[in-house]
Write a protein that binds this ligand. Structure first.
Ligand SMILES: [Zn+2]
Length: 309
């Protein structure tokens, strides 16, 4: 990489409420096509870092994308500190789960799984909690921000399956889904956020389920704003970046440091960074090539180029 490809603009770190920002005037972004991306990655192994943009074509909205409705994501402090907030959260999550559990991987997920089969992708670090990479056949996946199919008790530490909790929540609130959203049939019409949170208002009478072993508070095994990613998981992700010759970033604006640090790590090690995302990302000044296009079609085309004989 030529020396001028490494400007060091001071990017002001946005807080998570900010949804847009502007690259510094002196930022150098190498915009390219999928062919440029293939040229950079050809002959290399690479690790993929993915975000919500990979799952939007599976029907999971990306609340950070430029045209997403404004949302204020829940914080850990709100969840543990306020019983009414928790009741509201679980009511919405109960609705959202009906949708999320039905989502299926798309061509972008399948492309990365196919590249792993070919030995080109060393693994996937994902900021998503939807497990669609695993479902598509990716074997080495680090779910950086946790997984929506598990729930943890904050008191005894037991981990419970989200599907089992869904049965308990339905038993405790037998008419809730029918009353609030007109039945499971129309749940897909409810706005569903990436963490299985759906927007509904009538939650005051919802009965959340306590831990059935100790009565403690249950929380999705998801890293919320205000929490940090477990150190051991971060270390495994760094090792996965170190294990490959390049980094492919797909479908994330890298708003939160938990993802951006891996881009900085790869760039610092002199590894090519390819970013595929519709819209600007905080990693753009570090990208060898930035492809500003849809994730599914770009990853599909990239895989065809890299696996062609
Ligand atoms: Zn417990």
């Amino acid at each position: 990489m030529p020396a001028d490809a490494r400007p060091s603009p001071i990017l002001k770190a946005p807080t998570y409420q900010q949804r847009t920002w502007t690259l510094p005037d002196d930022a150098v972004v190498r915009r390219g096509t999928v062919d440029d991306a293939a040229r950079v990655l050809r002959g290399l192994t690479f690790t993929a870092l993915t975000g919500a943009g990979v799952s939007t074509d599976s029907g999971i909205p990306d609340y950070r994308s430029p045209d997403a409705p404004p949302r204020n994501p829940m914080t850990y402090q709100q969840f543990v500190g306020d019983e009414a907030f928790r009741r509201h959260y679980w009511a919405r999550n109960h609705v959202g789960w009906q949708h999320v559990r039905r989502t299926r991987p798309n061509g972008g997920h399948r492309a990365l799984a196919a590249l792993e089969d070919r030995g080109l992708v060393r693994g996937v670090i994902t900021q998503n909690v939807d497990l669609l990479h695993e479902e598509a056949g990716s074997r080495k996946v680090i779910d950086l921000h946790g997984r929506s199919d598990r729930v943890v008790c904050l008191q005894c530490g037991r981990v419970i399956s989200r599907a089992h909790l869904a049965d308990r929540l339905t038993a405790l609130n037998p008419h809730f889904l029918d009353e609030v959203v007109g039945g499971v049939r129309s749940v897909t019409d409810v706005e569903v956020a990436p963490d299985a949170d759906a927007v509904i208002e009538q939650t005051a009478h919802f009965r959340p389920a306590p831990c059935e072993f100790c009565g403690g508070v249950l929380k999705p095994e998801i890293v919320y704003f205000g929490e940090s990613v477990p150190r051991e998981r971060v270390a495994r992700a760094y090792a996965m970046v170190d294990d490959a010759g390049a980094l492919l970033v797909a479908g994330t604006s890298l708003t939160v440091m938990s993802g951006l640090r891996f881009v900085r790590h790869a760039a610092k090690a002199g590894k090519p960074v390819v970013i595929v995302n519709r819209g600007e990302t905080r990693g753009d000044p570090l990208a060898t090539v930035k492809v500003d296009a849809g994730v599914t079609e770009t990853l599909t085309a990239l895989t065809a180029l890299l696996t062609a004989r």
